[in-house]
Design a binder for this molecule. Structure first.
Ligand SMILES: NC(=O)c1ccc[n+]([C@@H]2O[C@H](COP(=O)([O-])OP(=O)(O)OC[C@H]3O[C@@H](n4cnc5c(N)ncnc54)[C@H](O)[C@@H]3O)[C@@H](O)[C@H]2O)c1
Ligand SMILES: O=c1ccn([C@@H]2O[C@H](COP(=O)(O)OP(=O)(O)O[C@H]3O[C@H](CO)[C@@H](O)[C@H](O)[C@H]3O)[C@@H](O)[C@H]2O)c(=O)[nH]1
Length: 466
């Protein structure tokens, strides 16, 4: 079996950065180079101040401190890293297409294709090319065609090795992965490539947790895993709406059903709606693929998961508006949290963006506090929607660094992310500073209901009749 000494990863994002850091940490004899065309991102990965890394993940900076410039390197020299490596991971973004055929559903593979063309141009010896990005089923064939037809007639083995880490727990997920999936050709060369990749993971994971499949099963399994996970959230969120109309409590329902070992207790937390860069994109991709094979019923089934998620976000915003006497115009509403979940600085598809947009349409004044998200990012998220002018967004939205001070003269507080620190705030002080009646809308169900009510707040949370 070929022993790998040099790895290159194209794409220094939320997956490439943490994944390669863990590989470098666990495989000190392998030189790992992470490359990106975004020079600012690479500069941030190389910043001496580890609090300035472009990705915030608990445990990441400690690993970077140990490995960076020993056997882990971040660079913009893409061609050089490709040339040197025996194994190349492609970990670039695969967003939903915003133009042309499949607009709004299909995955945009232009970055993947550019990588394949670049590898073909540079490679002078045999390479194993690993799809780490999430890709539509049968993409490997397209990559192989490009490599074989434009390359220097060296041999490329393509593997699919989807990543299952969740942000906020990425390091732990990588160190203790439930499974690693490796798909590849069922030829002797394909099997050898799978073994070479497996040997890397075997540095820290039991061999029985490394699952080898054909390449198409591997590509499809990634989309299906995300669809199943998101489906659980939409299922419980649909029930949260029913709980709010009855005297049922969604947390009690979750617990009661989750204790059935066939259902299981994880991923049943009702919320303001799932966000993140993956769930929506990957389900839309699955919907598109199903449609393109003429499977309309299959497509409709999965699309409902997204429809329910959109409904949950607008339901939350509408409840704020109707509770505040059907008008939020000129009212100060404080958002606690902007990230799509706790322990990450990522805001892609965060429910907070859509709730803010709905309230801004009603001319609310929004004050936002998030412990890890920058002001620049928040304005960029709102501007990207193109709902109103950039000036209007800056007029109606303020981003602050002091969450307690923010509550002065506020009509309402909305909890959009489940950051632990929100639970520990002095809610008595917050209450005193707010206009009365003082409202709290808890989109994450993290506050102590009895305590908050006893302070005098009008408290609403997802999945419970107030
Ligand atoms: N974020 C997650 O939690 C997660 C988890 C599992 C899988 N995934 C999948 O992994 C892939 C990457 O996701 P991400 O969140 O890390 O994206 P990201 O946007 O954070 O990072 C992608 C990086 O690739 C770089 N890039 C794009 N084209 C390039 C090129 N031709 N050459 C060099 N660099 C290039 C970009 O500049 C960017 O820095 C996606 O397919 C995603 O679906 C993401
Ligand atoms: O019970 C739950 C669990 C999650 N969420 C929300 O769902 C979203 C996604 O959360 P999570 O799955 O923990 O984070 P991601 O980083 O998006 O990770 C998902 O997407 C990744 C990208 O494909 C996959 O690798 C992971 O396995 C998959 O969990 C977030 O907004 C969460 O707040 C809920 O509302 N209720």
């Amino acid at each position: 079996m070929k022993k790998i000494n040099k790895i290159c990863c194209i794409g220094a994002g939320y997956v490439g950065g943490p994944t390669m850091s863990v590989i470098a940490h666990k495989c000190p004899e392998i030189k790992v180079t992470v490359v990106d065309i975004n020079a600012n991102r690479i500069k941030a990965w190389n910043d001496e101040n580890l609090d300035k890394l472009p990705v915030y993940e608990p445990g990441l900076k400690e690993i970077i401190a140990e490995t960076r410039n020993k056997n882990l390197f971040f660079s913009t020299e893409v061609d050089k890293a490709i040339d040197e490596a025996e194994m190349i991971f492609i970990s670039v973004n695969t967003p939903t297409k915003t133009y042309g055929k499949g607009k709004g559903q299909a995955a945009d593979l232009k970055f993947i294709e550019l990588c394949a063309r670049n590898i073909a141009k540079v490679a002078k010896d045999d390479k194993i090319v690993v799809e780490k990005s999430t890709l539509p089923v049968r993409t490997a064939q397209a990559i192989k065609n490009i490599l074989d037809n434009t390359g220097n007639h060296v041999n490329f083995e393509i593997l699919s090795n989807p990543e299952f880490l969740a942000e906020g727990t990425a390091i732990n997920d990588l160190l203790h992965a439930d499974r690693v999936l490796i798909g590849g050709d069922e030829t002797p060369e394909g099997e050898a490539a799978k073994e070479a990749l497996s040997a890397i993971y075997e540095h820290w994971l039991p061999k029985e947790n490394i699952l080898k499949t054909n390449i198409w099963s591997s590509e499809l399994s990634k989309l299906v895993a995300n669809a199943f996970l998101a489906q659980r959230i939409s299922s419980i969120n649909s029930i949260s709406a029913l709980c709010e109309k009855t005297d049922a409590n969604v947390q009690e329902v979750s617990k009661a059903i989750g204790l059935d070992s066939r259902i299981g207790s994880k991923f049943l937390n009702a919320s303001v709606g799932f966000g993140g860069s993956c769930f929506q994109k990957d389900i839309l991709n699955l919907v598109y693929i199903a449609k393109s094979y003429g499977l309309q019923e299959v497509a409709d089934y999965w699309e409902q998961v997204i429809i329910m998620n959109d409904y949950q976000k607008s339901r939350f915003a509408n409840n704020i508006i109707s509770t505040l006497y059907n008008t939020v115009s000129g009212k100060k509403i404080v958002f606690y949290g902007w990230a799509f979940k706790k322990d990450t600085n990522d805001t892609r598809e965060s429910a907070a963006i859509y709730v803010a947009d709905a309230l801004l349409e009603e001319q609310a004044e929004i004050v936002i506090y998030d412990p890890k998200v920058s002001e620049e990012r928040i304005y960029a998220d709102l501007d990207y929607l193109n709902t109103r002018s950039e000036e209007e967004n800056r007029k109606l939205v303020t981003v602050v660094k002091d969450p307690i001070d923010a509550s002065k003269d506020a009509h309402a507080i909305a909890v959009l992310t489940e950051w632990d620190e929100f639970k520990a705030y002095n809610w008595e002080t917050i209450f005193k500073q707010m206009l009365k009646p003082a409202f709290v809308f808890d989109g994450r169900r993290i506050l102590d209901k009895e305590k908050i009510n006893s302070i005098g707040f009008n408290y609403y949370r997802i999945g419970e009749n107030a």
